[in-house]
Design a protein around this ligand. Structure first.
Ligand SMILES: Nc1ncnc2c1ncn2[C@@H]1O[C@H](COP(=O)(O)OP(=O)(O)OP(=O)(O)O)[C@@H](O)[C@H]1O
Ligand SMILES: [Mg+2]
Length: 449
């Protein structure tokens, strides 16, 4: 830490006391000396308000601009409230009035350093997430994906623009939202994520915008919303197509004015967040059907990014398979080398309605069971069977799906001699799903086998 005070005696007594606690202590007697010593190795500043060549506030400003991580405790002799208030506004951690008790200062220093340690840990965590969720985590070398990645990089670099991610389920919208955040200069600030369809309108509104105490029956306390929590960072609004019209207009106002009111609140709150929205619906259709506000659509449409379905970039299938084989080799401690030519053909011809998520699951399922070193078509029966399913025709008079499911389950259990794992294999589902259906349909005989 650095002690900045023109009184040598005071510096000496602080140094004695804090040195005993094991801290490395530097000293400065003037603003100029202080500036010369402030640098990366300083965690904390004990700063006198009145110095021979200037005041402490100017040092505080300098620190907050150049080294925002250094914590500052201001020491003030003629304790006018204004100095303290001003210092706190400028970002001081705390202040003490002179003359002070050395124990009190030591305690404050300990608290401050705990805070700075925590901050550093949070930052390290965020930067490791940055590596995990960076653009490199998006696999794909097809021209379509190269284009998406370069768009994402450009959007990330532009400080504030709102982004709309569209694409079928499993195409990587979540992944793209994180990549935008962690590649932007917002990376050290929060990334918060909410699924608009997961909550009823009122709850979603108070999650997003917060509420004042007494705004509604359960609002016993004031609450900050996600937009406030994420200040400086990114808010990811997933499934934006499900947002109700009332909330759509509040969101529009926020996007246009960067301001909102808490539920039950009267004054505007301003924050700086980037909004990334995602949907797997066709918003244009929703607009035509009157379900989605046209003005909000155009506001979001400023920077649209479409994640192409996997079947339209088949070149990525092999790359992604290889990637997931590596990953599950590590997770399951297996030594699978790859897919056979025949299996590659299966993967290549499949339509992938669930896109990358489905591919990942298919590889995972295959690798869980395998004890060979090459994946064969047999390891992907759920996929090959889907192709067979395509031949099934729904009879003109319709069917009873529940009953058909029950009959198929009974047949599978019978053919598997009551073995649930084998029956699951025949049905292309897992054992838990078989068990669930046995319960659901009240099938007795096969239970527990
Ligand atoms: N290009 C890609 N490279 C690597 N992994 C990917 C890629 N695209 C998707 N994934 C993986 O596929 C899974 C599904 O992706 P994600 O959750 O981002 O899809 P989504 O578009 O948000 O789907 P949904 O509409 O269902 O929410 C995740 O495990 C993700 O890591
Ligand atoms: Mg998603």
């Amino acid at each position: 830490m650095l002690i900045v005070d023109d009184e040598a005696l005071l510096r000496w007594s602080l140094r004695e006391r804090l040195g005993k606690e094991g801290y490395d202590v530097l000293e400065a007697g003037t603003v100029a000396e202080a500036r010369a010593q402030i640098g990366a190795e300083v965690d904390l500043l004990l700063l006198d308000f009145k110095l021979p060549d200037g005041d402490g506030l100017s040092v505080l400003k300098f620190v907050k601009e150049q080294h925002p991580d250094i914590l500052v405790i201001l020491m003030t002799a003629f304790s006018t409230i204004e100095n303290a208030v001003e210092a706190m506004k400028l970002g001081a951690f705390h202040y003490v009035n002179k003359p002070f008790n050395l124990d009190e200062v030591a305690l404050l220093v300990e608290k401050a350093l705990e805070t700075s340690q925590l901050r550093r840990e949070v930052r390290n965590l965020r930067s490791s997430q940055g590596r995990e969720f960076g653009l490199d985590s998006i696999i794909g070398s097809s021209p379509a994906m190269e284009q998406v990645k370069s768009l994402l990089a450009r959007v990330a670099a532009s400080p504030a623009s709102t982004v709309l991610l569209t694409g079928e389920t499993g195409t990587g919208k979540d992944l793209a939202a994180k990549a935008i955040h962690y590649n932007s200069d917002r990376a050290a600030k929060p990334f918060v994520n909410i699924t608009c369809s997961a909550l009823p309108e009122q709850l979603l509104e108070s999650e997003l915008f917060g509420h004042e105490r007494g705004a509604f029956t359960d609002a016993r306390q004031q609450k900050r919303g996600l937009f406030e929590t994420a200040d400086g960072g990114t808010v990811f609004l997933d499934e934006i197509g499900e947002m109700t019209p009332g909330l759509q207009s509040k969101l529009l106002r926020f996007l246009e004015e960067k301001a909102f009111k808490r539920v039950g609140g009267l004054s505007d709150i301003r924050v700086n967040v980037r909004v990334v929205a995602a949907t797997n619906r066709n918003l244009e259709d929703e607009v035509k059907n009157g379900k989605f506000r046209e003005d909000l659509f155009y506001r979001l449409q400023v920077m649209p990014i479409l994640l192409p379905p996997l079947r339209e970039r088949r070149g990525d299938v092999a790359l992604l398979s290889g990637y997931y084989i590596d990953r599950f080799n590590r997770e399951f401690r297996k030594k699978v080398r790859g897919v056979s030519a025949a299996a590659a053909k299966v993967l290549d011809q499949y339509q992938w309605p669930g896109n990358v998520r489905e591919l990942k699951n298919a590889i995972e399922r295959a690798m869980l069971l395998i004890d060979r070193d090459t994946l064969e078509p047999d390891d992907f029966t759920t996929l090959t069977r889907t192709v067979t399913n395509a031949g099934f025709k729904l009879p003109a008079e319709g069917i009873n799906l529940e009953d058909l499911e029950r009959q198929l389950l009974l047949q599978a259990l019978e053919r598997a001699g009551g073995n649930q794992t084998q029956a699951a294999g025949l049905l292309g589902i897992n054992r838990d799903q078989v068990r669930y259906r046995i319960e659901k349909f009240g099938i007795q005989a096969a239970k527990g086998s």
